[in-house]
Design a protein around this ligand. Structure first.
Ligand code: NDP
Length: 680
């Protein structure tokens, strides 16, 4: 269990030791009361030892495991955190967050881990090498092949996070790094590091992680970046100024150390020109704008900052959004009646106010007062609360600050647009964002905005009456979809399923003979050695089946009668099979030919072992290609080879078979991959 003394001294976890605050420690105040609640940071942290501990202990231990081992570990960690999440909720109130906000941060982080755990098991092999794309034939005979692979980097992932999501911000980077097989040094923002520290303690105390897989720096990173090299990665979320400072570190540049940044972003939302007041899209739009302004008190990297509305509906939008903001209670986030909590600190509140002054040079404030805020809660008088503020820009085309200034709080600006091209121009004035949303029931508008604006946004989110019940929200980065954006948003990319894992891996093009490639990838590559023995491969349990085990079956002659019977039995009387003259006129066929599906059925008829055995089910067929027509009188044969094996659970695993159908001249007629579930 976590430490039972107070949260006053927030520690780092460095090279296997908990290190208390020391010289250079900073004090952190509660967002609710303004009172100091803890200190964190120690300038004497041994960053060289941390780097070595990750690389010499954590990396090798993680790389020893398979992708599936690590996916199981991530799942167990997520479930452990879920069992202990109340502790994280309790601590998070002092960051200014409400219980609803905790669900995004804590449960969102745990959910992200679970998705990576599941994708790791389903989409990655139970091995050490990830295959990126198909095998490439690089020579005429197929004796020289190519395959892109990805292997874990042999360094450490330094993950520097922003203050706004002390749990999700860490877990959304940690899960893909762990799945890749790379150890992490996590550095949360000092303002909320006490929540991250508790979460790291839980993960370490779970006993699920190998030594060296996870370390924590609370406070400054010292000279850590000066020790990184080409095998390390820096993943940063925060302000553009800090990103610029860190990415221009000489050592990082000299070593081409990967640097991924997710930084300021002027995300926008567009009300479609079809979405007048009274339509479901108008109501959805208003709800989303209000939610994005108030959740986490607007301190979300994806929050809506610029609101684009058809000129005719600007007044209506200002009116209803203002009404909803007026009904939002600001106050102590522990109170159930509070709709919006506090900003993380007084410094953040002052920063937001300074930014709103810049925005006010382009826009008029129509809701909210920077000087007064009514706060509910007895002890909240000195907290960093702010009333939400809605602005309206009369001339968004000539405005400058509006499109350049991210006020990282409950602040947004409405601007009118004339037509869709105008909306696109305004959208793109953000110079690169994490997400833009569009509320429209018009498919043409959606397409026009996508073509005009997708290049400026990491994610485009469309919502309307059809998707409303299931849509996940403008502001929610999903582990399945990429999160990151071009330009101002940092030019980085995270999440996106296995794409997010590959940021921690090296893609390498491997070229060589089929046997070499099969040995490296642990997947049978066409042209590699096969093995045929007395036992039919379908009679071998999953564990006994070897990659390359092969069955040759056939021949079987295809007759006109077979084609007729198949056509009448299935109802597929397509002319190429039934009408000699019409078929011969078709450039693909010499005359009537066998149905492709008939050939697949004959192939199964030749290779299937009919008796009950380890093959439990045929679950699919991939990459089917018909390569040459089969005429009546032709004779076909089949080769079935075990290509890859993926364990699924304690009882069965998936076998991917390579199937090649040939004719009497040994020409390939059809090729595909067959999937079966086989008992272990
Ligand atoms: P910062 O850029 O100040 O800090 C981000 C992280 O970088 C923190 O962990 C911080 O640690 C760390 N850091 C700062 N300086 C250094 C350094 N020299 N070496 C190593 N690490 C360093 O961002 P904040 O979290 O304070 O947020 C400030 C602003 O960033 C917001 O107001 C907002 O504008 C923007 N932001 C944008 C986000 C986005 O994705 N669009 C997300 C969050 C923030 P420490 O706290 O100890 O200084």
């Amino acid at each position: 269990m976590p430490r039972d003394n107070s949260i006053n001294e927030i520690q780092s976890f460095a090279a296997g030791q908990w290190v208390p605050p020391g010289e250079g420690a900073r004090s952190v105040a509660s967002a609710i009361t303004g009172e100091p609640i803890c200190v964190a940071g120690n300038d004497a942290l041994d960053t060289v030892a941390m780097h070595s501990w990750a690389r010499e202990k954590g990396g090798p231990a993680l790389r020893e495991m398979t992708f599936h081992d690590r996916a199981r570990m991530i799942k167990a960690l997520a479930l452990y955190l879920r069992d202990h999440r109340q502790l994280l909720y309790d601590l998070s109130f002092d960051t200014g967050a409400t219980q609803k906000d905790h669900l995004i941060d804590v449960d969102g982080g745990i959910g992200t881990m679970l998705v990576f755990a599941s994708k790791g098991r389903r989409e990655m092999p139970d091995g050490h090498v990830y295959l990126d794309g198909a095998t490439e034939q690089l020579s005429r005979s197929g004796d020289f092949m190519g395959q892109h692979i990805a292997v874990p980097l042999q360094g450490v992932a330094v993950q520097i996070n922003a203050f706004n999501f002390p749990v999700w911000g860490m877990l959304e980077k940690l899960a893909p790094a762990l799945l890749a097989g790379v150890p992490s040094i996590v550095k949360p923002a000092t303002a909320t590091c006490y929540v991250t520290e508790a979460c790291v303690r839980l993960m370490l105390q779970s006993g699920l992680l190998p030594d060296g897989a996870l370390q924590l720096i609370t406070g400054g990173t010292g000279d850590l970046l000066d020790h990184l090299d080409c095998q390390d990665v820096v993943c940063f979320t925060g302000s553009s100024e800090t990103a610029m400072k860190l990415r221009s570190n000489r050592r990082l540049m000299e070593n081409s150390t990967r640097f991924m940044a997710e930084q300021d972003s002027l995300n926008a939302s567009v009300l479609g020109n079809d979405a007048a007041p009274g339509t479901p899209e108008f109501d959805l739009f208003v709800r989303e704008v209000h939610r994005e302004m108030t959740v986490k008190a607007g301190q979300k990297c994806t929050a809506i900052r610029r609101i684009m509305v058809p000129d005719a509906h600007v007044d209506a939008v200002l009116h209803v959004v203002s009404e909803k903001l007026a009904a939002t209670t600001v106050g102590d986030p522990r109170l159930e009646t509070t709709g919006m909590g506090a900003l993380v600190s007084d410094a953040q509140r002052r920063d937001v106010l300074a930014k709103t002054e810049r925005i006010a040079q382009d826009a008029e404030r129509v809701f909210g007062d920077p000087d007064t805020v009514t706060v509910q809660g007895e002890n909240a008088a000195n907290g960093s609360f702010l009333q939400p503020m809605l602005f309206c820009a009369p001339d968004p085309d000539s405005a400058q600050h509006l499109h350049d200034t991210e006020a990282f709080g409950p602040v947004a600006t409405v601007m009118g647009y004339r037509d869709v091209p105008h909306a696109i121009r305004l959208l793109n004035r953000g110079k690169g964002s994490l997400v833009a949303s569009v509320f429209t029931n018009c498919t043409d508008t959606a397409r026009e905005i996508t073509l005009g604006s997708a290049a400026f946004h990491g994610r485009l989110y469309f919502n309307n009456r059809t998707s409303q019940a299931e849509a996940t929200g403008h502001g929610a980065p999903l582990p399945h979809m990429v999160h990151g954006g071009p330009g101002r948003a940092g030019g980085g990319e995270e999440l996106g399923g296995i794409r997010g894992v590959l940021h921690y891996m090296q893609r390498t093009a491997v070229q060589g003979s089929p046997d070499i490639l099969s040995s490296i990838t642990k997947q049978w590559c066409p042209g590699a050695a096969t093995r045929t023995d007395a036992a039919h491969p379908f009679t071998k349990p999953f564990g006994d089946l070897s990659i390359g085990d092969t069955l040759h079956a056939g021949p079987r002659t295809v007759t006109l009668d077979d084609i007729e019977t198949f056509a009448h039995f299935t109802g597929d009387r397509f002319y190429a099979h039934m009408d000699e003259t019409a078929a011969a006129a078709n450039p693909f066929f010499p005359g009537r030919v066998a149905h492709g599906y008939l050939l697949l059925s004959f192939a199964a008829g030749m290779f299937v072992e009919p008796d009950p055995g380890p093959v439990l089910a045929n679950t699919g067929l991939d990459s089917l290609r018909f390569m040459a027509p089969v005429s009546p009188g032709d004779t076909i044969s089949v080769q079935l080879t075990a290509k890859a094996k993926t364990p699924r659970n304690e009882e069965y695993g998936e076998v991917r078979w390579h199937v090649r159908l040939t004719n009497q001249e040994a020409a390939t007629v059809a090729e595909y991959e067959l999937l079966t579930m086989n008992a272990l």
